[in-house]
Ligand binder design. Structure first.
Ligand code: VG1
Ligand code: CO
Length: 555
């Protein structure tokens, strides 16, 4: 594993120092550095960032680095650059997925399994791909999870003062052939991107119970959205679980995702949704995003919101073999509905509320304080890796349905009848001029005092503040994580600006209204949220600030 002395000499002799100047705006956002491909194509842009990552990571000699991406346009180019820069920066070994492919959760697993010091995950996730679309680079640390804010902050600081990057003179490697090659003094292993991950899934879940359910006629459609999960879904759902061909659609990863947004929600996975509410609906419909860490769950005639999915999975997770008797705690991001809190309360376990972004779950998972985590944006995961995991969530649903022999719709109704229902929606206003979005948020922040006690239709403001989080493990504080308007009746509206967009600003408005088990559990979401929607407009003056009268996307 370690570079030999001889290799070391060879490496030193081949190192090339390239002078450079800082690029502006290389601050990692909610999930890594995301920009248009054209921005990444500027000479030195990706190299600067990768060098800044390695400067901060300062790998011990011989360290292992994992590299993989979601297969989008420009993935292969950056992988070749990253391999050479890694060789010049003293890494002993790079593990790279064949074809440059590694889903985000698979990359997390590979980092953990092979004791890597970290990894580069090349993805802009749910953002569209192609020469005129988006690319991204994220650094994950040795626990397999996204670098925490202390590290991303240091990387950003480094990009502002960088003067040179290191590389080696070497040809591109063949990414499509499994096996070892050498670059400088470093070994590059091209690995099967699917096998380790599929094995892990088989350890966690009762595959035999799912196979039996399939034999008894359970049907499913999984839409891989022409993104990275295709090969994983084919191996796991078809080869290992026995679902028939045709179960996985859009299963071949494409560099531009077929021109669509690989975002598994009711807008971008419209076709799946329409199938699921039709007479021909299979028992389960599911989809995943560009890099395979999100999941969409739709039962026959029943869409499950991601917030509800987290709560329902938490309530049933101990059915899966790997989680039997070990649900230590639940964690959710602040804008995610409080449905999971009610499960935690009933089970007598803690529920943690973190800022948006998976990096905030890492410490809780490492410390064994949380077993399952989730976000309203279709991310669910557990302590099996340190990323959210789309197929994992689908398999946990399958395991639960197989053992309990009930439908998604039945499970949802049973859950609401016990815990009540958190009606929930997110309204996104995309591509707003940044100064206008900032003005809206600043106006809100300036009015916290006057908002308290004020009435908006049937709602009275109880709390108006800016969410701040103190990590219970390392004590680090993250402030300014979204504006919260909590009403006296327990409903709420949250405002925050997206940290993953690449064009202008995206305003996200999160709306939630809780109904107890004795209330109306089968109403239309938009009706149940009408008062909160009206209050959000009145409080934030969205139309005045943005010139928009309606959101672009409702999820
Ligand atoms: C969005 C989601 C957030 C998620 C992040 C990365 O961030 O809201 O919950 O963790 O995307 O997901 P933002 O800052 O745009 O709201 V992924 O699947 O795009 O890596
Ligand atoms: Co993603």
């Amino acid at each position: 594993m370690r570079a030999t002395q001889h290799d070391g000499d060879q490496r030193l002799s081949q190192i090339v120092t390239v002078p450079t100047r800082p690029f502006e705006g290389q601050a990692p956002g909610t999930s890594g550095l995301r920009k248009k491909v054209k921005v990444f194509q500027q000479p030195g842009y990706a190299e600067n960032f990768i060098q800044a990552v390695f400067d901060v990571a300062s790998p011990p000699p011989g360290a292992i680095l994992v590299i993989g991406g979601d297969g989008r346009f420009y993935n292969r180019t950056v992988i070749q650059q990253a391999i050479r820069i890694a060789a010049a920066n003293g890494y002993g070994k790079v593990l790279v997925g064949k074809g440059g492919i590694l889903s985000t959760p698979a990359a997390s697993h590979v980092i953990r399994k092979y004791g890597a010091s970290g990894g580069l995950v090349l993805s802009a996730s749910h953002n569209p791909g192609g020469p005129d679309e988006d690319f991204g680079i994220k650094y994950n640390i040795a626990n397999g999870g996204p670098a925490p804010e202390g590290v991303t902050g240091a990387i950003y600081a480094r990009t502002k003062e960088i003067e040179l990057w290191l590389t080696v003179e070497a040809e591109d490697i063949d990414l499509d052939t499994l096996g070892d090659v050498h670059v400088g003094g470093m070994t590059v292993s091209v690995i099967d991107p699917v096998a380790d991950y599929a094995d892990l899934m088989e350890e966690l879940f009762d595959f035999e119970a799912i196979r039996r359910m399939v034999r008894l006629g359970f049907t499913m459609r999984f839409d891989a959205m022409s993104a990275v999960t295709g090969p994983y879904a084919v191996e796991i759902l078809l080869n290992r679980l026995g679902f028939p061909a045709g179960t996985v659609v859009n299963g071949v990863p494409l560099e531009d995702f077929g021109g669509y947004h690989p975002d598994p929600n009711l807008i971008h996975a419209r076709e799946l949704y329409e199938l699921m509410i039709s007479l021909d609906a299979p028992d389960l419909g599911a989809a995943s995003d560009g890099d395979g860490d999100r999941n969409l769950i739709i039962g026959r005639g029943r869409f499950v919101t991601p917030s509800d999915s987290l709560a329902m999975l938490a309530a049933n997770i101990q059915i899966a073999p790997a989680y039997k008797g070990r649900l230590a705690g639940i964690a959710r991001s602040m804008p995610t509905s409080a449905a999971a809190d009610r499960v935690a309360e009933a089970f007598g376990i803690p529920c943690y509320e973190t800022p948006t972004g998976w990096k905030f779950f890492g410490n809780l998972l490492d410390a064994g304080m949380a077993t399952i985590c989730g976000e309203e944006s279709a991310g669910t995961g557990s302590d099996h890796v340190r990323e959210k995991d789309g197929l994992w969530a689908v398999l946990l649903w399958l395991n639960i349905l197989a053992v309990r022999a009930i439908s998604v719709d039945q499970l949802a109704h049973e859950h609401w009848a016990r815990f009540g229902r958190n009606y929930y929606a997110r309204h996104d206003y995309e591509g707003i001029p940044t100064d206008r979005a900032n003005a809206l948020m600043n106006d809100l922040q300036a009015r916290f005092e006057t908002l308290r006690g004020k009435q908006f239709g049937p709602l009275t403001v109880n709390v108006a503040d800016s969410f701040s989080y103190t990590d219970p493990v390392d004590g680090s504080v993250s402030s300014n994580q979204g504006v919260r308007i909590l009403f006296k009746d327990g409903s709420r509206v949250i405002f925050r600006l997206s940290g993953t967009g690449t064009q202008g600003a995206t305003l996200r408005v999160y709306l939630e209204n809780y109904v107890a088990p004795s209330g109306n559990l089968d109403a239309e979401t938009s009706v149940m949220l009408a008062a909160q929607i009206a209050a959000a407009e009145e409080i934030a003056q969205i139309a005045k600030h943005t010139g928009r009268s309606a959101p672009d996307v409702i999820t």
